[in-house]
Design a protein. Structure first.
Length: 173
C-alpha cells in the first residue's frame, strides 16, 4: 500500500486547533486516531485479500463461519457478531455464494431465517488469505508484541465499558 505521506500530522493539527477553541484535546486525539488507524488497517487488509477475490468484510464472514462448530450460522448471528447491518450481511453472503465460498439454506429452526455455510473452497481461500494477513502482522508490524498486547488491553477496556460483552465490566473475561 502506498503511504499517504501527508506533510503534517492531521490529528495533531486538529488537536492544536481543538485546544485553542474548545479546551483539552486528549480524548479527541485518541478517538480520532483510532478511526484513522481503522481506515489505514482496512485499506491494508483489503489490499492483502484482494488477490484472493475477497474484501476484508467478506473474509471476516468466512473466518466467522470457520470458527463456528458446524461451519454454518444464521445471517442474523453473522450481522450481530460482526456489527454490520443485515443488508451488508446479505450482500456479502450473495458475493460469497457467487464465488463458491458459501452455500445458503433455509434455517430449520427459524422459518424465515437463512443459514450460511462455508464450502471447502471457502475454507481453502480463508487459509491463503489468512496467510497474507498474517504476513502483514495485521498491519501492526511497527509495534512490538508487548505493545500489541497493551493496545489490545486498552481497547478492550473501552469495548467492555461500552457494553460490547454481556456483563462486561472492565474485568470481564
Amino acid at each position: 500500500m502506498r503511504p499517504l505521506g501527508l506533510p503534517f500530522d492531521p490529528i495533531e493539527r486538529a488537536g492544536q486547533t481543538w485546544e485553542e477553541r474548545f479546551g483539552p484535546a486528549s480524548a479527541m486525539r485518541a478517538a480520532t486516531s483510532v478511526f484513522r488507524v481503522q481506515q489505514i488497517l482496512l485499506a491494508r487488509f483489503d489490499e492483502a485479500v484482494k488477490p484472493h477475490g475477497l474484501t476484508f468484510a467478506r473474509y471476516e464472514v468466512l473466518v466467522l463461519l470457520t470458527f463456528s462448530r458446524t461451519g454454518e450460522l444464521p445471517l442474523k448471528v453473522i450481522g450481530s457478531r460482526l456489527m454490520v447491518h443485515p443488508t451488508s450481511v446479505t450482500n456479502a453472503i450473495d458475493r460469497l455464494v457467487a464465488a463458491g465460498y458459501v452455500r445458503r439454506r433455509p434455517n430449520p429452526d427459524d422459518g424465515r431465517g437463512v443459514l450460511a455455510g462455508i464450502t471447502d473452497a471457502g475454507r481453502e481461500v480463508v487459509g491463503t488469505a489468512t496467510a497474507a494477513l498474517t504476513a502483514l502482522d495485521f498491519g501492526l508490524g511497527d509495534l512490538s508484541e508487548q505493545e500489541r498486547a497493551a493496545l489490545f488491553a486498552i481497547l478492550r477496556r473501552v469495548r467492555l465499558g461500552a457494553g460490547d460483552v454481556e456483563g462486561g465490566g472492565a474485568n470481564a473475561e
